[in-house]
Design a protein around this ligand. Structure first.
Ligand SMILES: Cc1ncc(COP(=O)(O)O)c(C=O)c1O
Length: 424
């Protein structure tokens, strides 16, 4: 009910009441010092705008289709089974630890002990949190390649680590050897590697990983590797840095169900590391979530038993979508940096005449009806990414087709635009 004071400032007595009536004062937003520089995630912001303007969402990296029914059915079956709905063992139900170890052996050739070297986590995100909180100390130096998945920077801030950034630059986003060598020192505690890489779609080559490995060994540093896109490869091969000589004992390899099985909402992930590193990350994990949803772990057991053909199909389907989007973005006028993996493509938007990525994406959402991600927030220096835009192609064919159609109609490179404008 409207009150006579609506719109006017309230005087609030020290007991939080005004004229004896409790009033709602807007809460002052609060955040710890460690996190005050961070804003609402760019994914939440663009998805909010996409909904407001009814834009087709090629921004946030989740598929608009679901993973296979046989996985869902295994989870449903578990929900219906008495005994599969209570807290799971903290580091994973034994069947899932075994299934993860078996899949890792198949993919990497490495034999790991499911009991002491595999930890089930609540998504790869929690594997990352547990690894950083369990193995780093405040002030430790950690090397991070930019652009980066924004969660990394914020987790490192939560730990109080000092980040040394090394920037990957277009056109191929290759590792700059000199800068990387300079970033490493005896103070380096760890390096974060994400291959295939979000947002660039880069797949780290053997030579690059060998360079990273040699620097880790020389400086006695750890490697934390996020491999959630390991099954989405279009060119080259996925190599786990843990397989390189001298690396397994200093590496935490992380992965999850999210991208490989198109089940991002399940949040079932894992970390594979030698017992001495698993110990630290498990202590953190047991205080973050303690354990991960039991019936969904049963679903994950079924997923990891998928035949090899499943992975072949998955990569082929994404390659088809990637080819379609890359070809069309190029013909619309973007300079496209073709991804070798993941379900993202980075493109240079400067032909369209906008000052920066935020201005371009604002126009794209409001006037074209397509959402994408402005990637400047994924860099140490925002200016390194301001000419770029990231599109996600984990969308059904119809959504991609409509998005391309809208861009073809409403987006014109400035040279063409001025020709058209003068013709009118
Ligand atoms: C590089 C990278 N790592 C981890 C995640 C999150 O994985 P999960 O959903 O398993 O926590 C994402 C999601 O976008 C990602 O892009």
């Amino acid at each position: 009910m409207a009150s006579s004071t609506e719109g006017a400032p309230q005087t609030v007595a020290s007991d939080g009441k005004s004229n004896g009536v409790a009033v709602e004062t807007p809460p002052t937003l609060q955040v710890s010092k460690r996190l005050e520089k961070f804003q609402t995630s760019i994914f939440t912001q663009t998805t909010g705008l996409a909904i407001k303007y009814q834009a087709l969402n090629l921004g946030q990296g989740f598929p608009d289709f679901d993973g296979p029914d046989f996985i869902k059915e295994a989870a449903i079956e578990a929900i219906k089974t008495v005994g599969k709905n209570q807290y799971a063992r903290g580091y994973g139900i034994p069947d899932l630890n075994r299934a993860i170890a078996a899949r890792f052996k198949k993919d990497s050739g490495l034999d790991v002990d499911p009991e002491t070297e595999v930890t089930v986590t609540t998504g790869c995100t929690e594997a990352l949190s547990a690894t950083m909180l369990g193995l780093l100390n405040p002030g430790d130096e950690v090397i991070l390649f930019a652009p980066f998945f924004d969660v990394y920077e914020q987790l490192l801030a939560m730990v109080g680590a000092t980040i040394k950034f090394v920037t990957l630059r277009p056109p191929d986003f290759s590792v700059p050897e000199k800068e990387l060598r300079e970033a490493f020192s005896s103070k380096t505690r760890a390096i974060l590697v994400n291959t295939p890489h979000n947002p660039t779609g880069k797949v780290f080559s053997r030579k690059e990983l060998e360079l990273i490995a040699s620097l880790c060994i020389k400086n006695n540093a750890l490697a934390f590797t996020d491999e959630v896109y390991s099954k989405l490869i279009f060119r080259g091969e996925h190599i786990s840095i843990a397989t390189l000589d001298g690396m397994y004992e200093r590496t935490v390899t992380m992965n999850s169900m999210a991208k490989t099985f198109s089940l991002t909402g399940w949040k079932v992930g894992w970390a594979i590391a030698p017992p001495q590193l698993s110990w630290g990350l498990r202590i953190a994990h047991s205080n973050l979530t303690f354990s991960t949803s039991t019936p969904l772990q049963w679903g994950a057991v079924a997923a990891l038993q998928a035949p090899d053909a499943y992975y072949v199909d998955l990569a082929q389907n994404y390659k088809r979508r990637k080819d379609y989007l890359v070809e069309n973005l190029s013909s619309i006028g973007f300079k496209v940096y073709e991804p070798h993996g993941t379900y993202f493509v980075m493109a240079d938007h400067t032909p369209f005449g906008f000052d920066d990525d935020t201005a371009f994406v604002g126009h794209l959402i409001k006037n074209v009806g397509v959402a994408a991600i402005p990637p400047s927030g994924f860099y140490e220096n925002a200016s390194d990414g301001k000419h770029l835009v990231r599109f996600a192609f984990c969308k059904d064919d119809e959504t991609l087709r409509k998005a391309v159609e809208r861009m073809k109609i409403h987006l014109k490179p400035t040279s063409l635009k001025s020709t058209n404008d003068s013709a009118n």
